[in-house]
Design a protein around this ligand. Structure first.
Ligand code: NAP
Length: 467
């Protein structure tokens, strides 16, 4: 049989997950010279863009403008979007293998890592992923309840997600009004009684995972003063030597910014955002009703491991912070997909450069690939996924050139389309999505906001039908 990739027999590719990586992979596939590729992009939600819509903070609208590039990619005549189609439910791996030559899994990291301390599951203790989903209008989290009537909240971790969560908790209603935060979250946060937010880092300022623009932004909040303890941002000898040796100017700048905050006088804003270092949670303590009331912390010291990494080590010194809400923001984690080999330790699909590997033979599974966070773990910014997807696509074309592609019985765009519509009558096309997008923007305009999101799947489907 002729190798696929011609006008008469296009290479048929299914991509699972319509986040940034799904689009970057699509783009690389559709622009390969000399190979005719057809891409079907699937998402379990009716809406595309993944974390750009549902993860990037609503007060970071500029970052969200990357969706204009995604929409341009979607205009390609050999591209189709299928929203509301869940891998493993609407379509199984067996279905995909019988209709596509290649399958790419780009499902991101859909859950969170745990801290592993007692009390983690008390009421009032939440994974940051759920709060992020809630304020961004994710249909799965829109009905979650966060008790914003308490006065103090702790966010564990000092990555950019922790910074997002702390910042959103500290924003004023006026600041949130210019964002596309979900309307119910805007109302709930406007009524919030939270006065103090603690951001808790287990290592020192030189090792903090947040980036400089993000930590600078925390010093410019309209309604919250930032507070840092001078002794916690004083560099220890190990970190000082490591910074002096390294070329990492950004890390030096980060420490400078934080030391600047340590000498800042409070200006009397109604909220306080306290950034702490060298502390680890050891327990969340609850009341008789099972609600968190305190977080118990141990003070850490830093030491160098055999490989030279600077790590925290508990001292015998403890303290307690009275808090009614805790958000753990200690990293995302990938979720296994039915039938797809998974590396449980790393929380990623078992792969080499994006080629899915058979767990027994460690050899590539023909026709199956992965890209993005579910390939390499939850690190980097949106743009990091572009070269990551390109690496995977390169492997896909190398394998095609070797004749190592799947052998679907029915590699037909029309046949799979009919199957999908039969299994999921409410499938959402790109045209449908663009309609929803227009409606969200129009609804926002009336209130001077960038958009007002639909947050329930039924509402999205009703709006598509009626317009
Ligand atoms: P991250 O950058 O990996 O940060 C995780 C944080 O959790 C680190 O501070 C880590 O400390 C801490 N941590 C891990 N285990 C812990 C434990 N058991 N106890 C206490 N602290 C613990 O992850 P993320 O914040 O989830 O972000 C994921 C990726 O998305 C990152 O690449 C981030 O830059 C990116 N992102 C970017 C933006 C933006 O550009 N504005 C916004 C959001 C997310 P250690 O360093 O000590 O391990």
């Amino acid at each position: 049989m002729a190798r696929p990739g011609t006008a008469a027999a296009p290479l048929r590719v299914a991509i699972i997950g319509a986040g940034p990586t799904g689009y970057y992979a699509t783009d690389a596939l559709l622009h390969k010279e000399g190979v005719v590729v057809e891409v079907d992009l699937f998402d379990r939600l009716p809406t595309p863009y993944g974390l750009v819509r549902l993860g990037v903070a609503p007060d970071h609208q500029k970052i969200k403008s990357v969706t204009a590039a995604f929409d341009r990619i979607a205009q390609h005549p050999r591209f189709r979007f299928y929203g509301g189609v869940e891998f493993g439910k609407t379509l199984t791996l067996v279905d995909l293998r019988s209709h596509y030559h290649q399958i790419v899994f780009c499902t991101g990291a859909q859950t969170d890592r745990r801290m592993g301390v007692p009390g983690e599951d008390l009421a009032g203790s939440h994974p940051a992923t759920e709060f992020v989903g809630w304020y961004n209008g994710h249909p799965d989290y829109r009905d979650d309840i966060f008790d914003l009537s308490v006065e103090r909240a702790a966010v564990v971790g000092v990555g950019n997600v922790a910074v997002d969560v702390a910042r959103i908790l500290c924003r004023t209603r006026e600041e949130l009004l210019s964002t596309d935060i979900a309307d119910y979250a805007l109302e709930a946060l406007s009524r919030s009684r939270i006065r103090e937010v603690y951001l808790l880092g287990r290592r020192g300022p030189a090792q903090a995972a947040f980036t400089n623009p993000e930590i600078k932004e925390l010093g410019e909040l309209a309604g919250a003063d930032i507070a840092v303890r001078p002794e916690e941002v004083e560099l220890d000898p190990l970190s000082r030597a490591a910074l002096e040796r390294s070329e990492d100017r950004a890390a030096r700048k980060k420490v400078e910014i934080l030391q600047g905050y340590a000498v800042r006088k409070p200006s009397g804003k109604s909220r306080r955002l306290v950034v702490r270092f060298l502390v680890s949670p050891v327990e969340l303590v609850g009341d008789a009703t099972g609600r968190v009331t305190k977080i118990r912390l141990v003070r850490n010291e830093l030491y160098a491991t055999e490989t030279g990494a600077i790590q925290p080590r508990a001292t015998g010194e403890f303290e307690e912070l009275p808090v009614g809400l805790v958000f753990r923001s200690v990293g995302y984690r990938g979720v296994p997909l039915p039938g797809v080999p998974f590396n449980d330790k790393w929380g990623v699909i078992l792969n080499a450069k994006g080629r899915v590997l058979d767990p027994d033979t460690k050899r590539p599974v023909v026709g199956e690939y992965t890209a993005g966070w579910i390939k390499r773990g939850p690190s980097g910014v949106i743009g990091t996924n572009k070269p990551d997807a390109a690496e995977t696509v390169e492997c896909m074309f190398e394998d095609l050139a070797q004749g190592a592609v799947g052998t679907p019985e029915q590699p037909s765009a029309a046949v799979v389309d009919a199957l999908i519509r039969q299994r999921q009558p409410n499938v959402v096309s790109y045209q449908d999505w663009l309609k929803l997008n227009r409606l969200e923007i129009e609804n926002g305009r009336a209130q001077g906001r960038p958009r007002i999101k639909f947050t329930r799947v039924e509402d999205m489907l009703a709006a598509i039908r009626q317009n």
